[in-house]
Design a binder for this molecule. Structure first.
Ligand code: TXA
Ligand code: MG
Length: 332
């Protein structure tokens, strides 16, 4: 793909936001692709209806074509033009939108999202984001597709600087709207089958969805049609360094990703970050991708990771860490 200059648009101060949203909407309207902050992670946004823009997103990320994208909407009215909403979807959207929840729903025949964005599926993944991206969708007036704004297989970006490090020269612009609150991607729930199925743990805990629906969720592995699940690629979110999970001791040359103030045995790590000394899983999720990037930058050969509880947002954290630790395929 051709390289060009990536514009950095500043929206950190509230007085700059409206103007920045207009500028970003202008670039998107013309078919450009732009890094935008949401409440979860930065997304690489394009006009969902513009197949060429969608193709440029895949190219910039180096993303395998079969992986469909999430359609980001302004509100329920915009969502209903793209998909049919079963009763469970109505209830979850009312309770959790805007927020880190993506619903996989039956696509309408006349939905605006390009077939490429859906990778040919007859279902469609929809979410109503918070954060700056919502301002841009309002300015543009139609849905945006937005995968996470990182090179395919890399750690997701939670700052504009991280987006530039991965995608600078490959995309039209990045809007710096500051850090992201949640820090891990949205939870993806498939509502196209008889039982709601958790395809990807994320920023809303499984327990919160189960309490709201009054039923247990199936998980992708148990689902009959074992869907097109996210991060089907088992190696994902991968730093350059190796990743060693459930570490209670440090080995020579390792960096340490801690949790809950645990002190590992062995030599001092070459660098250490504790995700949450207070054992707060929400704080830990918010810091996860930044911490992986910072430890990777130290040049450590491996990152030892403390055990992390598997409840609440711990399920999403452990999912990302397991993918980061998975054997790597040959470079794309
Ligand atoms: O928080 C988030 O969800 C971020 C921000 C930018 O919104 N976006 C994000 O997108 O994480 P991405 O492309 O990195 O992950 C989207 C996942 C993919 O793994 C894809 O497999 C799944 O959503 N997906 C999309 N459409 C689907 C569908 N129709 N059925 C099943 N899974 C789908
Ligand atoms: Mg991603």
């Amino acid at each position: 793909m051709s390289t060009h200059t990536t514009r950095l648009i500043d929206a950190r101060s509230p007085s700059d936001r409206a103007d920045a949203a207009q500028q970003a909407a202008g670039i998107l309207d013309a078919g450009g692709i732009v890094g935008l902050g949401t409440e979860t992670v930065y997304g690489l946004a394009g006009d969902a209806a513009n197949g060429e823009a969608v193709a440029r997103i895949y190219a910039a990320k180096g993303r395998p074509r079969f992986n469909p994208l999430i359609i980001h909407v302004l509100d329920l009215a915009m969502a209903r033009r793209e998909a049919r909403f079963p009763e469970a979807a109505e209830r979850l959207a009312a309770a959790f939108w805007p927020g880190p929840l993506t619903l996989v729903l039956p696509a309408r025949d006349n939905c605006s999202a390009s077939a490429l964005a859906r990778a040919g599926h007859d279902s469609i993944a929809i979410r109503r984001p918070g954060g700056f991206m919502a301002d841009v969708i309002a300015a543009l007036g139609r849905p945006l597709v937005a995968p996470s704004a990182n090179r395919s297989g890399h750690v997701s970006a939670t700052t504009a600087a991280d987006v530039l490090a991965d995608l600078g020269g490959r995309i039209d612009a990045v809007v710096d709207s500051g850090g992201t609150d949640v820090g891990v991607e949205s939870t993806i729930l498939d509502l196209t089958g008889p039982v709601p199925c958790l395809l990807r743990p994320g920023g809303i805990a499984r327990e919160a969805l189960e309490a709201h629906l009054g039923m247990r969720l199936a998980t992708a592995a148990q689902a009959p049609a074992a869907p097109k699940a996210p991060g089907m690629l088992s190696s994902h979110y991968a730093p350059r360094a190796g990743v060693r999970l459930n570490a209670t001791e440090i080995r020579p040359g390792e960096a340490y990703l801690g949790f809950g103030g645990q002190v590992p045995e062995g030599p001092a790590p070459i660098a250490a970050i504790d995700l949450s000394p207070e054992k707060n899983l929400i704080e830990a999720a918010a810091r996860l991708f930044q911490a992986l990037r910072r430890l990777d930058e130290t040049g450590a050969r491996s990152i030892a990771v403390a055990p992390i509880p598997d409840h609440g947002l711990g399920e999403a954290i452990n999912d990302r860490l397991e993918r980061a630790a998975a054997p790597r395929p040959a470079a794309e």
